[in-house]
Design a protein around this ligand. Structure first.
Ligand code: ACO
Length: 340
């Protein structure tokens, strides 16, 4: 017979809650009109092909600066102090530096020590992968209090001479505090997460330069491969196909249909992709959350920024069933069901 506390914890291990959310974007805004002055593009092309009008970009801030601001907001929203955290996960491909991990830099910035900390490398899908890791950690340690943050300075890996990619991205961060115990009735219950990847098509979206297979010698100039390189049409096709199919599988696993979904919250890469996924799932546009017009694609920060904003502005209401879906480099993708 387990002691009472252990029994209680074992029971709780099935329940995982998003106890707090927060997001932060840098103040500086880069509009499509501004981009017209940098590359051969125009507002009409960008808005009609992507739905993006403007994006926030850093002006001196680093990945950990944005991570810190969003994480402190998430902790405040959760009614918790940094020292209560047991684990810190930061999803990013644009961390301040390869070593130390951004999660360790964030811990230092928050003034806390002796917690588990690591970065999650799953490109744009990193936050949803982070949620899956958090669920697993709570199954092992029901008392765990986990910060899952997505923070990106995507513009640090954008080639401003490549009009086919530079118009798509922005910088920002979002964070969630994930625990096995809820705090009041405003928390979202993380019902499930499903993640997947296919390395066979990974070369359709790369940031090669600086890695050990494409390293630089001292004093050598970086080449194009240092920046995001992408086969746009391939990515578009896989994004729509994989996000809609993983959502269908996840809904089926719970005996839900699209009709049960109050809010679809997809990765904010492109308005056309967002709408195509909604259409494939038969979820009307009024129930699909989008903020890509103001933020562009912020990679791993896209989902937590969207979740935090949608909860803050009332798009996600108490009682709503939220279907989150993501897609990114790797190629990676995933989905999650959150019950508010
Ligand atoms: N301004 C003006 N013209 C442009 C621009 C631009 N910024 N970029 C490309 N064009 C031109 C091309 O040169 C091409 O001209 P051409 O016909 O004379 O050769 C024409 O526009 C059409 O180009 P396509 O690449 O075929 O345009 P498409 O309709 O496929 O749209 C886009 C391109 C927006 C990139 C689309 O393919 C897409 O959204 N793909 C998915 C990209 C994405 O979301 N990536 C990230 C997902 S993963 C992650 O989040 C990291």
């Amino acid at each position: 017979m387990l002691p009472a506390r252990k029994q209680e914890l074992a029971k709780m291990s099935n329940n995982v809650y998003i106890r707090g959310l927060g997001h932060h974007v840098p103040e500086k805004i880069l509009t499509n009109r501004d981009l017209e002055k940098i590359v051969d593009t125009n507002d009409d092309w960008i808005t009609s092909r992507t739905g993006i009008s403007s994006r926030h970009i850093v002006d001196g801030q680093t990945c950990v600066d944005l991570a810190y601001e969003s994480s402190m907001k998430a902790l405040q929203n959760a009614g918790m102090e940094p020292d209560e955290l047991t684990h810190i996960l930061v999803a990013t491909f644009t961390g301040d530096m390869p070593v130390p991990a951004t999660a360790c830099l964030l811990m230092e910035r928050m003034g806390i020590r002796n917690k588990a900390a690591m970065d999650v490398a799953a490109a744009c899908s990193g936050f949803v992968y982070g949620l899956e890791v958090a669920r697993a950690l709570i199954a092992l340690h029901p008392d765990a209090k986990i910060l899952v943050c997505g923070s990106e300075i995507v513009t640090s890996r954008v080639n401003w001479e490549d009009r086919s990619t530079c118009v798509l991205f922005g910088d920002g961060a979002g964070a969630a505090v994930v625990t096995g115990e809820k705090n009041g009735d405003k928390n979202g219950e993380l019902l499930d997460v499903m993640v997947s990847a296919d390395g066979g098509i990974g070369m359709a979206l790369t940031v090669k330069g600086g890695g050990s297979a494409a390293s630089y010698s001292l004093g050598e100039k970086v080449g194009d491969e240092y920046f995001i390189q992408m086969q746009g049409r391939e990515i578009y096709k896989h994004a729509v196909r994989n996000m809609s199919s993983i959502c269908k599988k996840l809904l089926e696993r719970h005996g839900y249909t699209s009709e049960d979904v109050d809010v679809l919250l997809p990765h904010q890469a492109n308005q056309r992709i967002i709408e195509a996924v909604g259409k494939k799932l038969s979820i009307p546009v009024e129930r699909v959350f989008a903020n890509v017009d103001r933020f562009g694609n912020t990679s791993a920060a896209s989902i937590p920024i969207a979740l935090s904003e949608a909860r803050e502005n009332g798009f996600i209401k108490d009682g709503n069933l939220v279907l989150v879906t993501t897609f990114g480099g790797g190629l990676t993708w995933g989905a999650s069901l959150i019950q508010y």
